[in-house]
Design a protein around this ligand. Structure first.
Ligand SMILES: N[C@@H](CCC(=O)N[C@@H](CS)C(=O)NCC(=O)O)C(=O)O
Length: 289
């Protein structure tokens, strides 16, 4: 199978995050294309996925599919072995319902609290409309948890497409410090500590791009997810590895961690590792040696 996925800015594009999680969390290999939103490069990228206008857009063995809900259902249809929805029919129907409600709803939350994985605003004051969306979201999460068939920490126990749809909702709760109860707060933390999500966020940090209009003029606080290992970029040094842990190519970009220097074949792979070293198995394989 040959799968391609076009995405936008990792720090800001909530639908791109969902599209990518659909592949990453269910072990479906995909080759990625990315471009900054609102640029000519973005328009050219999407021209290869006609008639898509927005990200994510995918090509699955030649067939273009855009819109995240359509992508979720098409991947589910092609990969029954991936168990992307809950297996119990009633839970599956509910998982589809709450995902569809997310896809078409929560406009106050989505408009007032755009996804921003680079910021946390403890002083943000939500409107009544955002609070009403939050109350509905918490009610849906509680309902889903009451139908969970396993002890897993996700909405229906095991990770499902419903969790993909609510991942960027969880990050908004974190970025804007929105008030929710203990159970919902635990679910948000679960997303923030998920290694796949952490890899996505680290790649967003490595993109080093601030999309105009997404930051708020509010005091910022540290991201509430797990603290990254204290890695830092260095210009040179004696790396322990001569080949990049990701590509196997000769190293040219360096970072230091615990007084040890490691090399990578490009700045992006070095910077995504500096951002959150622990979640990259290829790097940790050489670090632990
Ligand atoms: N309904 C679409 C929404 C996709 C969407 O709004 N994508 C945004 C990024 S999060 C986009 O492509 N924005 C670029 C633009 O508006 O030009 C889906 O489910 O995939």
């Amino acid at each position: 199978m040959t799968y391609e996925l076009a995405i936008g800015d990792r720090s800001y594009s909530s639908w791109s995050l969902r599209g990518w999680l659909l592949f990453e969390k269910f072990g479906l290999p995909v080759s990625l294309r990315s471009a900054r939103m609102y640029t000519e490069e973005f328009r050219i990228m999407l021209a290869a996925f006609p008639p898509a206008r927005l990200v994510p857009a995918a090509r699955l063995d030649g067939a273009v599919v855009y819109d995240t809900l359509a992508l979720a259902e098409t991947l589910n249809e092609r990969h029954p072995e991936a168990a992307m929805w809950p297996s119990d029919p009633a839970a599956r129907a509910m998982a589809r319902s709450i995902s569809a409600e997310m896809h078409s709803g929560f406009t106050a939350l989505r408009n007032d609290c755009t996804m921003n994985l680079r910021r946390r605003y403890p002083g943000f004051r939500p409107s009544d409309a955002v609070l009403a969306d939050l109350a509905r979201i918490e009610a849906l999460w509680t309902h889903a948890r009451s139908m969970a068939a396993t002890d897993g920490p996700w909405l229906f126990g095991d990770y499902s497409i419903a969790d993909v749809f609510y991942a960027p909702v969880a990050t908004r709760l974190a970025t804007y410090n929105l008030p929710v109860g203990t159970e919902a707060a635990a679910y948000v933390r679960r997303h923030l500590s998920d290694p796949a999500f952490r890899r996505w966020r680290a790649m967003g940090q490595a993109e080093k791009f601030v999309q105009p209009g997404y930051d708020r003029d509010l005091p910022d606080a540290p991201w509430p997810g797990p603290a990254p290992l204290p890695a830092r970029v260095v210009d040179h040094g004696q790396p322990e590895n001569s080949l990049c842990p990701y590509s196997g190519k000769p190293v040219s970009h360096f970072m230091e961690l615990d007084g040890r220097v490691f090399g990578f074949c490009n700045a992006f792979c070095r910077d995504k590792t500096v951002a959150d070293a622990e979640v990259w198995d290829e790097f940790m394989g050489i670090f632990r040696n």
